[in-house]
Design a protein around this ligand. Sequence first.
Ligand SMILES: Nc1ncnc2c1ncn2[C@@H]1O[C@H](COP(=O)(O)OP(=O)(O)OP(=O)(O)O)[C@@H](O)[C@H]1O
Ligand SMILES: [Mg+2]
Length: 333
Amino acid sequence: MGRIVAVTNLKGGIGKTTTVVNLSAGMALKGARVLLIDVDAQGNLAMALGLRPRRTLYEVLVDGARIADCITPARPNLDLLAADESLLSAQPTIARRPDWPRVLEQAIRPVRSSYDFIVIDCGGSLTVLNLNALHAASDIVVPTTVEPFSLKGLEMLIAQVARVKGGTGSLRAIVPTLFDPRTRQSVELLDQLRASYGALVSPPIRVNVRLSESSAAGRSIYEYDPRSRGAIDYAILVERLCELWGFQGPGAHPGEAPAFPPQEATAPVQPAVPAAPPPPRAAPVVAGSGSVLSTTCPNCGGTLQRATVAGYRVAYCDHCRYRRQELVSGIRR
Ligand SMILES: Nc1ncnc2c1ncn2[C@@H]1O[C@H](COP(=O)(O)OP(=O)(O)OP(=O)(O)O)[C@@H](O)[C@H]1O
Ligand SMILES: [Mg+2]
């Protein structure tokens, strides 16, 4: 049974969709079979992947269409159940049903075993569908910007998770986004976040204009600029979460097709109408088995973590902000 991962925060515009796209695309490149589900009527996920799907989640939830018929192949190993503004009118209909908190969970059930991860992109408010996503989730990932109001919002979200799930055990990661290491406030608030939530806090995603450009271009950051800071930061997150979830690449699932080089998606269910020219084949971005080799950070003496990204080895420290990027054939920076 695949994990159902809700990516959520009550605040809008803090990098939820960016995290969903680049976490999922990275896991797909690593060999995981991933289904993305958009429960936000803005429909940003399809745009961020450069797709204009003909069928959407509305048809599954309201018209009773088969979920498999409404899924759009997005990339090798990566499928999408898209949303659009029709989802706004679905919410009152769903809210009238006696089983309303479990409508999404029931809808996902027929395809759950076809995927390693089903990743749900939530909207930025407490809608019926966001509550459904929390109910369905086996794992919850919370992106948050590193600002005073965001940290307050995070407390509220965690209280909400505790109410819906009867505890916070399904909370897997808090992902600091739009992190600017040049500002003292960002650095201090990140330290504060780590002091409050410890190992739940993942290495931060730095501000990087290439990330917003890649969304606008309908591409993942690995397709758009695999050597950017954004690609490296998201690849580290992929590595971290795959390790946490015990996904070590396709070798861990005997009998599956290898992920590298990327395979064409099999059994297209609903042809996509591309809004942008098809992206070039991406080189493997996240490689390796997910194992973390330990050496010592030259800055603070902490343990240095490693990930292999787009032909680079990245070494990074969780305690200070040290990062080093090495080309396999030599040190780049
Ligand atoms: N690390 C980053 N550096 C630079 N820009 C970023 C970064 N992360 C996200 N962005 C940009 O910030 C904007 C908001 O991001 P995104 O759409 O992912 O947020 P969201 O939380 O999903 O928003 P909403 O609540 O509206 O769904 C987008 O334009 C995105 O490209
Ligand atoms: Mg969004």
